[in-house]
Write a protein that binds this ligand. Sequence first.
Ligand code: SF4
Ligand code: SF4
Length: 75
Amino acid sequence: MAVKIDYNKCINCKICYERCPEGLFGLNEQGQVIVKYPTECWLCGACQMDCPKDAVKVIYEANAKPFFLKRDDKE
Ligand code: SF4
Ligand code: SF4
């Protein structure tokens, strides 16, 4: 299990950084979002669902599925 950012797509909007309930994302010295703790993901799916550029991928084992909770608060 891991979380990865595709930097060819990422626009550094920091939505994933702000929304991860576990605080797994961080910023490097240049202010760029990084995945600081890639293996501690809870599989809530928020980062992948909310990334406007489809740049975050939550990679999980075949026998584990993200929760990807449905929400009514689409902006
Ligand atoms: S939400 Fe997507 S585009 Fe925004 S900083 Fe995270 S990975 Fe990059
Ligand atoms: S799936 Fe949830 S817990 Fe995992 S990195 Fe994304 S926002 Fe954080």
